[in-house]
Design a protein around this ligand. Structure first.
Ligand code: UD1
Ligand code: M6R
Length: 694
């Protein structure tokens, strides 16, 4: 739950100011991933000296600290490697000591930044302590730095890659990490297992090929003796590795970076947990896969793996990403969340682009095409997700049941795993996640893969773990979502999943009319979003008038609008810290009604659908107790014509899509409530965008 950024220049002269600014700027783009402390390590004035800065708070504080320490900003480096990190604390409180980079020793022989959790750090720490290492932080990461030095000291002529392989083999858990070392100046190791890492490449000349070969240990494995030591280490952590054998390394050149005569060219490399921090420097990126160890040195990038026959490709493509810098900037908006709410008319169109053909009444999801007939035959579909993504699954359950007639269940990933719920080979398990990195969802995915189920991803971030690990899936193409509160991802997930249900039911003659009605509804959604967003100012005023200084708020919905209420309540809690409870209106009389009086603020979702009369019952119950609910209803609904009724009017759409429209006023309410309280909407306390811990 942190952000990593690294910058390496080779034969491209840069002064220290440029290097520090590049690292700090990269970190600020990643701040949404964690923002309780930040740090970086660059080369010092003298050879073999590392200059590290660490500070509690946001990246701006780190910048201040660096300015105060007045480093020589004019010093130039023809080749240099810098690493940096923005943290969201898991092991140890936010403090200068606990913040990254972590070091192997007082001389910073090895500096490390790390995302994820090393689950066997206690064993490694205990072992390294017996070897004389003194630990100075409460983090799990520090053991990686110390372990690296320990292994290096056993064989100081070791190659950096061989060393990195030996280190990585001892680590259990999840990681994305960068290692910088005074013993390997201007070089960086980047390794990933379960935590994303992207490498951007900038060269003045065109690259020879658009891929990098993957290199393996000779014979595809470690020698038996070393492998068995490894197993012993895993079990007891009592015997650290014998120094790895240098001959294991199969050296090949990474062809992409060489000139015609085979000489490395000037190059710059940008390493990041997320491409959004790279796009302003280069569009050429390479996504590392799990268990890849990348070595950047002398203008080259080599990718290594421990074993050959693990089913992964022999090359990593250097892709051109289409992300534009303006897409990840706030533009005219005050907050990313606000920008993302207002982007929804476009983001839903991007979700449907090339997939929904209303004229020919067809939906084509390229990523599912080969699997659709298998999914149609499955015995049930299980949706698994967390938070907002879970709510989007709840919101589409009805339309899946109606169109496919396949039994549907919707699961919170953590609870699903806690129960070790039964999963079978003829199940289809759908993992819905904006980031594609959420630990609970990812673990549930692995659980379902082990049980032989067909797995489908509905993911925003291309190249994310869920996207890579699922058999097939749909990218929702909503564009980068930076605000911690998920908004446009919700509406795009909703739309993507409705299209999924439409694809599944394509062969059902009895459903054709209904399918066409839904497709026509989808075609109008974007325009209807635009209309609703015109309510921005009235909603802002409404928030100031009705919700200021309140302690609690109820949000009532029924049927398809209960998930909308859940999502609205989560948004309000998450960024305005106002307690807000979503209540299924049918349940009101079973307890919650006791809370209702003339003072408790209540929002009721009362757009027209086939259970509208039942929803009205709840409305009457509230009114009868003196409650004065704010109503979300369709335009000019005669039921709410009284001038006394406070209402937010939204356009009407097909019933199963109405939640898409109704959620937008709730997103705006949560936004204005938080702004009204002077809170930092994009960085709610205790939360981060990508929850990569259990
Ligand atoms: C793809 C291209 C898109 C191109 C279009 C043209 C990508 C990412 N998308 O879009 O740029 O315009 O073809 O036909 O290259 N997948 C998973 N799990 C997930 C999400 C996706 O396995 O969670 C897989 C899909 O099964 C598919 C691939 O990733 O094999 C791309 O998915 P998606 O982007 O949704 O496919 P298209 O819409 O066809
Ligand atoms: O990236 P994911 O969609 O898997 O994230 C799941 C939740 O952590 C996320 O939706 C969270 O609830 C949001 N911050 C809500 O706005």
């Amino acid at each position: 739950m942190c952000g990593i950024f690294g910058y390496i220049n080779y034969l491209v002269e840069r002064d220290r100011k440029f290097i520090l600014d590049t690292l700090l700027n990269g970190l600020s783009r990643l701040e949404y991933r964690g923002y309780d402390s930040a740090g970086l390590a660059v080369d010092g004035d003298k050879k073999n000296v590392v200059c590290a800065f660490k500070e509690v708070g946001k990246v701006a504080k780190l910048k201040e600290l660096i300015e105060e320490s007045k480093p020589d900003l004019t010093k130039t480096f023809e080749s240099h490697a810098g690493i940096s990190h923005t943290r969201w604390a898991t092991h140890g409180t936010p403090s200068r000591l606990n913040c990254h980079p972590h070091r192997s020793d007082v001389n910073w022989e090895f500096s490390i930044v790390h995302n994820g959790i090393i689950t066997n750090y206690k064993e490694l720490k205990a072992l390294l302590e017996t070897k004389g290492f003194r630990f100075e932080t409460e983090t799990d990461t520090e053991c990686i730095a110390k372990l690296t030095k320990y292994l290096y000291d056993q064989q100081p002529d070791i190659d950096f890659t061989v060393l990195a392989k030996a280190v990585v083999k001892e680590l259990e858990g999840a990681f994305g990490l960068l290692i910088k070392s005074v013993h390997f100046p201007h070089e960086v190791i980047a390794a990933r297992k379960g935590s994303p890492l992207v490498i951007g490449v900038r060269t003045s000349r065109k690259m020879k090929v658009d891929f990098v070969d993957v290199e393996y240990s000779e014979d595809g494995a470690l020698p038996a003796e070393q492998a068995s030591q490894n197993v012993a280490m895993k079990k007891s952590a009592t015997g650290l590795l014998a120094p790895p054998d240098k001959s294991l390394l199969h050296r090949s050149q990474s062809r992409a970076f060489l000139s015609d005569d085979g000489v490395p060219q000037p190059a710059e490399f940008f390493l990041s947990s997320d491409p959004s921090a790279i796009v302003e420097h280069t569009k050429k990126v390479l996504y590392l896969e799990d268990d890849d160890i990348a070595h950047i040195h002398e203008g080259q990038l080599n990718i290594h793996r421990l074993t050959k026959d693990d089913g992964t490709s022999n090359v990593r493509a250097i892709q051109t990403i289409e992300l534009e810098l303006q897409e990840i900037m706030k533009g005219k908006f005050d907050h990313f969340m606000q920008k993302e709410i207002f982007e929804q008319p476009e983001s839903v169109v991007n979700t449907m682009r090339g997939r929904l053909d209303v004229a020919n009444k067809q939906v084509t999801l390229g990523g599912l095409r080969q699997y659709i007939s298998t999914i149609r035959r499955c015995r049930r579909i299980i949706f698994v997700a967390c938070g907002t993504s879970y709510h989007s699954c709840m919101a589409v359950r009805g339309v899946f049941e109606e169109l496919t007639e396949i039994p549907i269940s919707v699961e919170l990933a953590s609870d699903f795993l806690d129960r070790q719920a039964p999963v079978f080979r003829d199940d289809t398990c759908v993992f819905v996640s904006q980031s594609g990195e959420t630990a609970d969802s990812l673990m549930a995915l692995r659980y379902c893969l082990e049980r032989g189920a067909l797995t489908v991803g509905v993911v925003n971030v291309v190249g994310s773990s869920i996207s890579l690990l699922t058999h097939c899936g749909v990218h929702i193409n909503a564009g980068p979502e930076i605000g911690v509160a998920s908004t446009k991802a919700y509406t795009s997930q909703f739309v993507a999943m409705v299209m999924f249900a439409l694809s599944l039911s394509e062969d059902r003659a009895s459903k054709q009319k209904r399918r066409e009605e839904i497709m026509e509804g989808l075609a109008k959604i974007s325009e209807q979003f635009r209309e609703i967003l015109k309510l921005n100012d009235p909603i802002k005023q409404m928030c100031a008038k009705f919700f200021k200084n309140q302690k609690s708020l109820l949000l009532l919905g029924r049927g398809g609008q209960f998930p909308t209420a859940l999502e609205g309540a989560l948004k309000i809690k998450e960024i305005s810290y106002l307690h807000c409870e979503a209540v299924m209106s049918g349940e009101l009389k079973h307890g919650v009604l006791a809370l209702v009086d003339e003072n408790l603020p209540i929002i009721m979702i009362l757009t027209r659908d086939n259970i509208f009369t039942k929803s009205l019952n709840a409305y009457q119950q509230v009114i009868a107790r003196g409650g004065r609910p704010i109503v979300i209803c369709n335009y000019d609904d005669p039921e709410f014509s009284s001038a006394q009724t406070e209402k937010i009017e939204v356009p009407k759409t097909v019933d199963c899509l109405q939640g898409l429209l109704n959620v937008i006023p709730l997103q705006l309410i949560s936004y204005w409530l938080a702004v009204g309280e002077g809170l930092n909407v994009d960085f709610p306390r205790n939360l981060a965008k990508s929850v990569t811990v259990e």
